[in-house]
Design a protein around this ligand. Structure first.
Ligand code: SF4
Length: 251
């Protein structure tokens, strides 16, 4: 899963650009999701009741409105949000955070000062402009919400590395977001958990779980140890499905 951040000040076209990128991703057959940071009040009907239910101790509140469902949960850290995505998307857009060091397209209005940040890969401006480069940074400037702009911007998405395993385990000496930023600058940088030979896959309801190397080894050896004693056991790929009732199904 690749992660791209769209940042910038208010009304700089972040949401419009994000929408166009999603349309493009879908056309390319990619699955994508968005993490959006809302500044100010979240205008969501039923939100106040939902907050009351959370305060009363509910773990999650599902708000349903014709055709849409919203899930309210207690505040989660950014990495929790990434993990909740289950790494099941090809592309995750992150909008509305200004200080995350993720690879970023900086959206700006015509007269805004050029933001200087190491994680910026390029700039986007809603208005049509002739210049296609920000001279001070030698980074591309994409302008106007046209198909051609989105196509050009996609060249940056193509070179994004996959986001690390998401465990925040510190095995690489950093956290996952910091390592992702480093991977952009130094292609030889990698997440050791991700790099491990993938010999064990565990998924719950279709969402793959990231496993520390020792957990993977423990699972592999335990399962092989148990099954190896059974008649008919042979070397090969092992599939085990554990059917587990959800709380609702148990009722
Ligand atoms: S080793 Fe991988 S999963 Fe662990 S903190 Fe580093 S980047 Fe994240």
């Amino acid at each position: 899963m690749k992660v791209l951040q769209l940042a910038g000040f208010k009304k700089s076209g972040k949401t419009a650009l994000c929408e166009e990128l999603i349309l493009k991703a879908v056309k390319k057959g990619l699955r994508c999701a968005v993490i959006k940071n809302i500044h100010g009040e979240l205008a969501l009907s039923g939100k106040n009741d939902g907050e009351r239910f959370l305060k009363a101790g509910a773990r999650e509140v599902f708000l349903r409105q014709e055709g849409l469902v919203d899930v309210l949960k207690p505040q989660a850290g950014f990495m929790d949000l990434i993990r909740q995505s289950g790494f099941q998307y090809d592309l995750l857009f992150v909008e509305g955070f200004k200080s995350l060091p993720l690879p970023c397209i900086w959206c700006m209005k015509e007269n805004d000062e050029v933001m200087e940040k190491e994680n910026i890969l390029g700039y986007f401006i809603l208005a049509e402009k002739r210049s296609s480069i920000i001279p001070s940074r030698k980074l591309p400037l994409f302008s106007g919400l046209r198909e051609e702009t989105v196509e050009n911007l996609w060249t940056l998405i193509d070179v994004l590395p996959p986001f690390p395993a998401g465990l925040d385990c510190g095995l690489c000496g950093k956290d996952c977001v910091t390592l992702y930023a480093e991977m952009m600058k130094n292609p030889s940088c990698f997440c050791p958990v991700q790099k491990e030979e993938k010999d064990v896959d565990v998924s719950i309801n279709g969402k793959t779980l990231a496993l520390m190397p020792f957990v993977r080894k423990l699972l592999r050896e335990t399962v092989k140890g148990f099954l190896g004693e059974l008649k008919g056991y042979e070397d090969g790929t092992i599939h085990i499905t554990v059917y587990q009732k959800t709380k609702e199904e148990k009722k």
